[in-house]
Design a protein around this ligand. Structure first.
Ligand SMILES: *Cc1c(COP(=O)(O)O)cnc(C)c1O
Length: 385
């Protein structure tokens, strides 16, 4: 059996090596390192793929979120609601901009922002909601957009883990995540579903004025050369990274299908094991593992371990050369940087439980049946012993 990797970037590279190498060499030969044709080309191709009017490439996914918030003209003291169970970047940029983060609990089934908790957290100061399509599963955008409309709020989608996911609305229409809210962001960190070979990110919007504002913000607040109209940042996608992304984008659907196939095999093997709750879809296409829909792109394949020792399982898997991860071990509301007296533990029962139960298994495009069989057998033998 091949050695099991949490993420297999080498195997994926081997399959597209010729094209990636040639594209990178082309950037070096032309020395168009900054904002070269590869960046513009990638931007257009990603716009077409997502069906979104504007893609604004930038330096990483954290910048993308920050710049999206800057573009909306949010002011210090404005309250921004997001999920307690996500990567810290989401709340970090809110705090960095001196906006007020309001963390709320998540849904135990889909791990995404809980709609009732979200609604309860809305105050007259609330200006935006940041849903995260956590682990690659689309958040419940119908409900979120309806609440946003009712309360006149912006929706900023953190799509760092969800690129390529299609949300199915109640009326059956499908939309790519990231282009449903007023503005969306993603990350091209190497291990993300569409990863480059360094750092990268992008902002999405269908709003022409917002796109214009954001294009200036990423470039030192300049709309006319050397005229700085607003305080901006310097956040660019390197041409070399854009070249890698252009080579990979045409494969994104097949990469996501490979992840879904691996997820189905994992889930089939875990059926009937009482100690394991497998990840479930929550989409309006209405089935559990999304056999017929594509709302989950399995950035992570995350189990809940109940009535068994999750931490001992992590140790056991590592001893058997099976990498795994705990995303995330501490709720954001309990992190030193984001503690706030206004928070009440009773409002975070789901996150507090999930951090003790979740474990993410190896998930990437190159997993084979022998590896999946070994992983599932090792997990099941341990939790049922
Ligand atoms: C990875 C990630 C980010 C940040 O992306 P970077 O490119 O690492 O800055 C933000 N939000 C979520 C949910 C992520 O998973």
């Amino acid at each position: 059996m091949r050695k099991i990797q949490m993420v297999d970037l080498k195997g994926q590279y081997a399959a597209i090596k010729e094209q990636v190498d040639a594209s990178i060499q082309e950037v070096i030969d032309t020395t168009a390192f900054i904002n070269g044709p590869e960046v513009q080309g990638f931007q257009k191709e990603l716009e077409a793929y997502l069906g979104v009017k504007h893609v604004i490439p930038c330096a990483n996914g954290t910048d993308a979120l920050q710049i999206a918030m800057m573009g909306l003209g949010l002011e210090p003291g404005d309250e921004i609601i997001t999920a307690d169970f996500t990567f810290a970047a989401t709340v970090e940029v809110i705090a960095l901009l001196r906006l007020t983060p309001v963390l709320v609990d998540v849904d135990p089934v889909n791990f995404n922002i809980d709609i009732a908790a979200l609604e309860k957290a809305i105050t007259p100061k609330t200006k935006a909601i940041v849903p995260v399509h956590l682990f690659g599963l689309a958040a419940n955008m119908d409900e979120i957009m309806a609440l946003a409309e009712k309360h006149n709020l912006y929706v900023i989608e953190d799509n760092a883990q969800g690129i390529g996911s299609k949300y199915t609305s109640k009326d059956g229409t499908k939309k790519m995540t990231g282009g449903i809210g007023h503005v969306g962001s993603t990350s091209f960190f190497p291990s993300k579903n569409l990863g480059c070979y360094g750092d990268g990110g992008a902002i999405f919007t269908n709003d022409d004025d917002l796109a214009h504002t954001i294009r200036g913000i990423v470039n030192h607040g300049m709309y006319v050369r050397y005229h700085h109209d607003v305080v901006g940042v310097n956040s660019r996608l390197d041409s070399i990274q854009a070249a890698v992304l252009r080579a990979k984008l045409p494969h994104l659907n097949s990469y996501n299908n490979a992840r879904r196939n691996a997820a189905r095999k994992y889930t089939a093997a875990f059926q009937g094991v009482d100690q394991i709750i497998t990840p479930t879809g929550y989409c309006n296409a209405g089935n559990s593992i999304c056999d017929t829909c594509d709302c989950h792109v399995f950035h992570q394949y995350t189990l809940r371990i109940i009535n068994a020792d999750r931490d001992a399982l992590v140790k056991h898997l590592n001893e058997n050369d099976i990498p795994c991860g705990v995303y995330y071990p501490i709720p954001l509301h309990a992190q030193k940087a984001y503690k706030d007296d206004r928070y009440n533990e009773a409002d975070f029962t789901v996150t507090n439980q999930l951090v003790k139960e979740v474990i993410s298994l190896p998930m990437h495009t190159e997993l084979d049946d022998e590896q999946i069989a070994f992983i599932t057998k090792t997990v099941i033998d341990f939790v049922t012993k």
